[in-house]
Design a protein around this ligand. Structure first.
Ligand code: G3H
Ligand code: ZN
Length: 286
């Protein structure tokens, strides 16, 4: 069934686990994330990033409608989250498109501007009944910038600034920079667990880890123990899908039916989703 992100994160906090949020780009991503979650009977979040909307010719609704229909028919609780939103016009489409939550991304702005923009977005989101996540201490590697850009993986969220930011903006969750970086294709990130401990001790909102594809299993487990309640995964699905399709097409140069390689790509994503959910130890739904 379709549920809200807020309830899944609250449940994860209570269970001292984390809910996984997977970035969806194609219908195969939607189907694979739900099938993977069903295979381990775990709740899951489907998230659509602003970049994915750009890829879909700027249209949110076609993918969102498919995701809602799939979520409603899922055997596990599934929530829809709009990810890395910078555009106000996209933000405003969230409720009608079936999203119960948004991540408003103004982390690229100087602190005072990030705070003001996030405050305005949070006021609007709460009036709509949406749960809202924001980011402080930019997790780098987005938008094709190499992971070695100025913000990653060395960027860090300052606990005192984070405390003031959450109080001033009233956001429901905070994405923190603790050593992960977007779009890593190797699982080699090392997290700053001492900082994570300080952040979770200082803040009374759930913390979100971005760029989780580059985080090894044991680091992920430690991050959840240290207070991460939502784990965002995107690149890992693309690695699985693209690798499987590449191998299939290399072995079957005569193939023309797109279902043949899409199904191979989809099954590879199902396995990746199940593995990550098992690592996170999300509480089974039944
Ligand atoms: O918001 C999305 C995530 O931070 C995904 O990051 O593609 O590096 O796993 P990733
Ligand atoms: Zn992210």
């Amino acid at each position: 069934p379709l549920v809200t992100t807020g309830e899944l994160v609250t449940r994860a906090v209570e269970a001292r686990s984390a809910v996984a949020a997977f970035n969806i780009i194609t219908l195969e991503h939607v189907e694979a994330v739900i099938a993977g979650a069903e295979s381990v009977r775990s709740p899951v979040v489907l998230q659509v990033s602003e970049n994915a909307v750009k890829f879909r010719y700027g249209r949110l609704l076609p993918l969102a409608r498919a995701a809602v229909a799939a979520a409603e028919r899922a055997a596990v609780p599934v929530a829809l989250h709009l990810d890395h939103v910078q555009s106000d016009s996209l933000l405003r489409q969230a409720p009608d498109a079936g999203f119960s939550s948004v991540m408003y991304d103004a982390a690229r702005l100087p602190y005072a501007e990030n705070r003001a923009a996030t405050r305005a977005a949070a006021d609007w989101a709460h009036a709509q009944g949406l749960w809202i996540e924001a980011e402080l201490g930019q997790v780098g590697g987005k938008d094709g910038r190499p992971p070695l850009d100025a913000h990653a993986p060395g960027a860090r969220t300052d606990p005192d600034q984070a405390r003031a930011f959450v109080a001033d903006t009233a956001v429901d969750a905070l994405a923190v920079a603790v050593g992960s970086s977007h779009a890593m294709t190797t699982r080699t990130a090392t997290l700053d667990h001492a900082l994570l401990k300080r952040l979770s001790g200082t803040l009374d909102v759930p913390l979100v880890l971005h760029g989780s594809s580059g985080v090894p299993d044991e680091e992920l487990t430690a991050a959840v123990a240290g207070g991460i309640a939502k784990v965002n995964v995107g690149t890992a699905l693309n690695i699985a899908m693209t690798g499987a399709i590449r191998d299939f097409l290399a072995a079957h140069p005569e193939a023309v039916d797109s279902r043949e390689y899409l199904s191979v790509g989809r099954e590879a994503m199902v396995r990746t989703v199940a593995e990550i959910l098992r690592t996170l130890g999300a509480p089974p739904t039944a």
